[in-house]
Design a binder for this molecule. Structure first.
Ligand code: UGA
Length: 423
């Protein structure tokens, strides 16, 4: 088992810390935000992620998971140092490496000779070279080990990854990084740092393209009378395509796809490559938002002005309280722009502070006297909701399911019912 330090206990850093500790490694995690660390030392987890609080608690109890306010202590004896700091987006879409570089400069002061410094944050191609420069120590190694965790299922993904990608200019170092996950028997891909860095962007951009494609097919279904669930099932059964990640919705969002597609566009431009396909996927997603908002307006009889609309869902997807670039928030804003009064409910997420919509604490409060219910996030409690518990309280029984999750009894009892990807 190895001694591992993790710099940054945000979403990726904390899941990585707790996951590696559970595999038996001795993990010492550090963050510049002292409040986060003192909370974690007391077992208080600042992120909502299924199972994470329990995993952190058991890591602390076993002694494998430790949190520190000073970097020097976190780095003493560490053979591997994961950099899990944010890479926010600059105005032109490029990933801003300032936190990665300053973390590397700090790590250089205390890292043990021979330590491997690993970027886990999503970083542009070539970042490892900049990290090496920032470290400015010949006795340290640099590697890239992108994460593929999905919010809401991060721990499942940690223990059941499709692959481990480890990139380093010396394959021996890359193998050592991949071996940290030895208890999760999956294919290991050993690459250069540049390939590892690009794999992460390519994966997210491909998935975003896939979803834009599905949402365009959904738009055709809505006009032609075909049903998106049958269509995606039918083409997804082709093993060359695959059935996963084909669910039509109100558009894609979250903290990764929008940021990473824009960053990959900036990366491709910096290499003189014109990436029409990624560009189209981003535009297509905007059109999906437009289409959903327009359909809501049409369902409301042509105008949303002064109408109370109940919105179920604020989070960018189920299983998280994250609202970064949430399609639900985008659609709510568009409905507000069209003059609607939106009353929103979400089991975990909060509306942005500046939102003009009203947030309520139950699904029933949201629908009371509403003229339309729009379902925006695929939470399990929406999937199992029975129409008879909600439709009677509505003023007009119009329902728009943008995730195609409601049971057929809604279709049977609503006065007007529409689902994404069908007429
Ligand atoms: C995404 C990737 O799936 C992870 O592999 C990656 O590690 C992560 O980004 C990251 O870069 O950190 P995440 O942003 O948590 O994960 O969310 P996804 O589950 O991929 O969903 C992204 C968006 O696509 C959401 O708006 C979701 O509702 C939408 N989606 C997803 C669909 O509309 N249909 C689907 O079938 C799947």
């Amino acid at each position: 088992m190895s001694k591992v330090a993790v710099v940054g206990v945000g979403y990726v850093g904390l899941c990585t810390s707790a996951g590696l500790a559970s595999l038996g490694h001795e993990v010492h995690s550090f963050d510049v935000i002292t409040e986060k660390i003192s909370n974690l030392q007391n077992g208080i987890v600042h992120i909502f992620e299924e199972g994470l609080a329990d995993l952190v608690a058991s890591g602390i109890q076993s002694g494998n998971l430790n949190f520190h306010n000073d970097l020097e202590t976190a780095l003493s004896f560490a053979e591997f140092v994961f950099l899990c700091v944010p890479t926010p987006q600059d105005e032109d879409g490029t990933a801003d490496l300032q936190y990665v570089i300053s973390a590397a400069q700090s790590v250089a002061k205390f890292a043990q000779p021979g330590a491997v410094v690993i970027t886990k944050s999503t970083v542009p191609v070539g970042a490892a070279k900049k990290v090496k420069e920032a470290l400015s120590r010949e006795d340290l190694y640099v590697a890239s080990n992108p994460e593929f965790l999905r919010e809401g299922t991060a721990l499942f993904d940690f223990y059941n990854p499709d692959r481990i990608v480890a990139g380093a200019d010396d394959p021996v170092i890359a193998h050592k990084v991949a071996d940290l996950y030895q208890n999760t028997s999956v294919p290991n891909l050993i690459t250069s740092t540049a390939s590892a860095e690009l794999i992460k962007y390519a994966a997210n951009a491909f998935l975003a393209i896939k979803l834009s494609f599905v949402n365009e097919i959904a738009a055709i279904c809505e006009q032609s009378g075909a049903d998106i669930n049958d269509v995606t099932k039918g083409f997804g059964l082709d093993s060359r395509i695959g059935e996963k990640f084909l669910k039509a919705g109100p558009g894609w969002g979250g903290s990764c796809f929008p940021k990473d597609t824009r960053a990959l566009l900036a990366i491709s431009e910096s290499y003189g490559v014109k990436s029409d396909l990624i560009n189209s996927a981003v535009h297509s997603n905007e059109k999906t938002f437009d289409r959903i908002a327009l359909r809501a307006e049409q369902l409301a009889g042509g105008s949303l002005h002064g109408k109370k609309i109940a919105a179920w869902g604020i989070a960018f997807k189920a299983g998280t309280d994250d609202i970064r670039e949430s399609p639900a928030v985008v659609i709510i804003n568009r409905l507000l722009d069209k003059g609607a009064e939106v009353v929103a409910y979400d089991p975990k997420a909060k509306l942005p502070a500046e939102s003009q919509a009203v947030q309520v604490g139950t699904m029933a409060e949201a629908v009371a006297d509403a003229e339309m219910l729009i379902v925006l996030t695929e939470w399990p409690e929406f999937i199992t909701a029975s129409s008879s518990n909600f439709l009677p309280a509505m003023k007009a029984k119009t329902v728009f399911d943008t995730r195609a999750i409601l049971s057929s009894d809604w279709q049977n009892h609503a006065s007007t019912f529409a689902s994404v990807g069908s007429k």
